[in-house]
Write a protein that binds this ligand. Structure first.
Ligand code: LLP
Length: 426
């Protein structure tokens, strides 16, 4: 994150506060949020995509303080469950700037979204169109909807493959004609306000050609709908998924580059199809909050296993970052509380859980004098770490501490053992 630096005595510092002070005040492990960095990333996207709406994907990380920051920076908000909606509403986020996603929203979630006046609901199945239409009639509402289109582009980290037939649970198939039928159904029934199409091709994507193919295909569908019913849909959402650098090998595009490429393809395709350019929106989560946070751990044991490998155990692990175990994700780590001139040692950073797959960083060079008591920072943990954290082994989840201008504030407090016991009945 941008306000992180090393002080003369070798301590990492964030937002003008040294990690040693932060560890002393808040304990470890802790997620440390560089608030200036988060705000700057919001502004980078908003500026780069001027004229489009940037929906922050709350699934990447959500709490009331972050909702307020997103609001203050003028972004929109994507929620995908009743719980996320509740956090957003509790923080006072304007419902008309929210989008509501999900492949299996319950009737009660849909009702709450309608009650609150959520700005757009992204419909994902014919059954949902029926459910939402029934509810809307009963409640006397006419919600704005987008159709989630499965465009047949499956994006992976460094490549994308186009498949004619997509085997996944989200959206309406484009190739199979379901997306077109969904649009016709909504338009002909006239209960829901069809605002546009939506496509999300995946996450942690570096190859922007996936977005270009997706944009081309949804615009073609837009033209088909216009030809069938004479309606030019005003909105187009191209989803999130912009990759970030977890290690030095990752080279993400800047928001400016992304915006340029996406705008160019959308303009070109619309011109070809003689369509007015729709109002664009995007839904970045990881690219906004991911790099703004690092996790601060304390080293507990250092074990050399028969000369094969050195295991450095920290006081958290797969309960605060499941991504390494789940996706074989790559992270880096650095000693944060001091500087060392010792030789580099290839180490594996592991957690404290009762499972050998409990790995935080698979391979990292740490100074050979790494020792118990050392503070260890793992950057890039803002997205899908706290939001996917668990209580495995009854390990309380770490706090999220926002740091800015030389001061820190807890925005999500550390869980306690009483919290863990609070749900036990009897
Ligand atoms: N919009 C939609 C409809 C999505 O499904 C997602 C992510 C996003 C936006 C935001 O994607 P982002 O910009 O954050 O990549 N747990 C996985 C990622 C799952 C993403 C799910 N959908 C991980 O840790 O990598």
């Amino acid at each position: 994150p941008r306000t992180v630096s090393r002080t003369a005595d070798g301590h990492l510092e964030v937002g003008g506060v040294s990690v040693a002070d932060l560890a002393a005040e808040h304990g470890t492990p802790a997620y440390l949020l560089d608030e200036d960095d988060l705000r700057a990333r919001c502004r980078d996207f908003a500026d780069a995509f001027a004229g489009a709406d940037v929906f922050y994907a709350g699934k990447s990380f959500l709490c009331k303080a972050v909702v307020r920051i997103i609001d203050e920076e003028g972004l929109f908000l994507d929620v995908c469950s009743g719980g996320e909606l509740a956090v957003a509403l509790a923080a006072g986020f304007p419902p008309e700037r929210m989008g509501f996603h999900g492949n299996n929203k319950s009737i009660s979630e849909l009702r709450r979204a309608l009650d609150a006046g959520v700005g757009r609901i992204i419909v994902d199945s014919f059954q949902e169109i029926e459910r939402l239409s029934e509810l809307s009639k009963t409640m006397g509402k006419r919600p704005n909807v987008l159709i989630r289109v499965t465009v047949g582009v499956e994006a992976h980290t460094h490549e994308f493959i186009a498949t004619a037939h997509e085997d996944q649970k989200f959206g309406f198939s484009l190739a199979g004609g379901a997306a077109f039928q969904a649009a016709i159904k909504i338009l002909d029934e006239g209960v829901l306000e069809l605002k546009g199409l939506h496509s999300h091709i995946g996450s942690q994507i570096f190859d922007t050609s996936g977005f270009e193919v997706a944009a081309r295909r949804v615009i073609e569908l837009q033209a088909q709908i216009r030809d069938a019913r004479g309606v030019e849909l005003p909105d187009l959402d191209l989803g999130g998924g912009f990759g970030i650098a977890y290690t030095t090998q990752d080279t993400p595009s800047t928001p400016g580059d992304l915006a340029k490429r996406i705008n160019k393809i959308v303009e070109g395709e619309c011109e070809l199809a003689s369509l007015r350019k729709p109002r664009l929106s995007i839904e970045p989560g990881r690219a906004i909050v991911g790099p703004a946070v690092f996790t601060l751990y304390e080293v507990g044991t250092v074990k050399d296993v028969d000369g094969i490998r050195t295991y450095v155990s920290v006081d958290g692990g797969m309960s605060d970052n499941i991504r390494t175990a789940l996706y074989d994700a790559s992270y880096s780590a650095t000693i944060a509380g001091r500087e060392s001139t010792a030789e580099p040692l290839l180490a594996r950073v592991v957690g404290k859980h009762c499972e050998s797959g409990d790995i935080v960083v698979k391979d990292e060079f740490l100074p050979a004098d790494v020792q118990p008591g050392d503070l260890l920072a793992v950057p890039g943990t803002g997205a899908y770490c706290r939001s996917m954290a668990s209580n495995y082994n009854h390990v309380p989840r770490p706090p999220v501490v926002a740091v800015r201008d030389g001061a820190s504030r807890v925005i999500v407090r550390r869980e306690t053992e009483d919290d863990l016991l609070a749900l036990d009945v009897g």
